[in-house]
Design a protein around this ligand. Sequence first.
Ligand SMILES: NC(=O)c1ccc[n+]([C@@H]2O[C@H](COP(=O)([O-])OP(=O)(O)OC[C@H]3O[C@@H](n4cnc5c(N)ncnc54)[C@H](OP(=O)(O)O)[C@@H]3O)[C@@H](O)[C@H]2O)c1
Length: 272
Amino acid sequence: MTKSIFITGTSSGLGRHTALHFARQGWNVAATMRKPEQETELSKHERIRLLKLDVTDSAQARAATEAAIEAFGQIDVVVNNAGAGSYGPLEFAEEHTIDGQFAVNVRGPINVIRAFLPHFRERKGGRFINISSFMGVTTAVPTGSLYNMSKFALEGLIEGLYYELKPFNIDLHLVEPGGFKGNRFVEKVVFNTHPDIRDYDPLIDKVNALMMAGDESRLDDPQLIVDEIEALATGRNRRFRTLVGKTGRDLMAMRASMPIEDYLSTIAKSFA
Ligand SMILES: NC(=O)c1ccc[n+]([C@@H]2O[C@H](COP(=O)([O-])OP(=O)(O)OC[C@H]3O[C@@H](n4cnc5c(N)ncnc54)[C@H](OP(=O)(O)O)[C@@H]3O)[C@@H](O)[C@H]2O)c1
């Protein structure tokens, strides 16, 4: 039987690569996005069904889930990919930015997982693949605390859920990528700023230089990440956490090699 996958945030980046890859591999793909009416490429693919979904809206998550199950009979794998970033000093963040960071990166996966649980529980099977980040397992970019918060929360959510879903044969996985070539994530990042206060400027300038530099040698081929998602979707990789790419590997090796106090001060010094 043809396998079916449901993916959030397929309008660009990793979600889009993943949708196209699985369709080429012969899977049915429910490709969800906020504005499917603007999509022209994915809609041409016969294996892809476009569905409207803003992950922060739990009613829309339920409607998209029902539409995907109706279209394909059942869904085998759900990829919680939709995500957004917020950087800049916490002190300057707008209330809606703080709530929005949580709403997309944490509440979003919660909405989608809750929408699919009745289906997976009744089938006694199913797989949730959740796109976290190396920023979900370590800190490394000053002024990224809200993004760290959201991805650490996602990691905690998924790890905590493991126990209650295990009896139903529902698998949970976390994928922790770093930056990848061609990604436009940074362009959409919300930068928290203040019109008058300049105290954080030296730090902000260094963070901006790092984020905008686009050092290609630090960026991974997105296919690397998509291949890991496929390995998880097909059961070839059964790991709970999959850290992908150079950035995450180097940082986690450093973090494991020293006490946390030393790790924090080493990272801080590199931005001093
Ligand atoms: N790029 C990186 O450096 C990097 C590194 C590690 C992890 N990640 C993670 O990888 C995932 C994919 O990011 P990406 O790099 O491919 O960035 P991207 O190109 O900006 O893609 C993000 C996707 O999420 C969607 N999205 C944002 N808010 C949404 C909402 N409320 N409801 C539904 N969809 C929403 C965007 O849709 P719109 O077009 O409607 O905004 C877009 O399709 C994210 O979870 C991100 O945190 C990225």
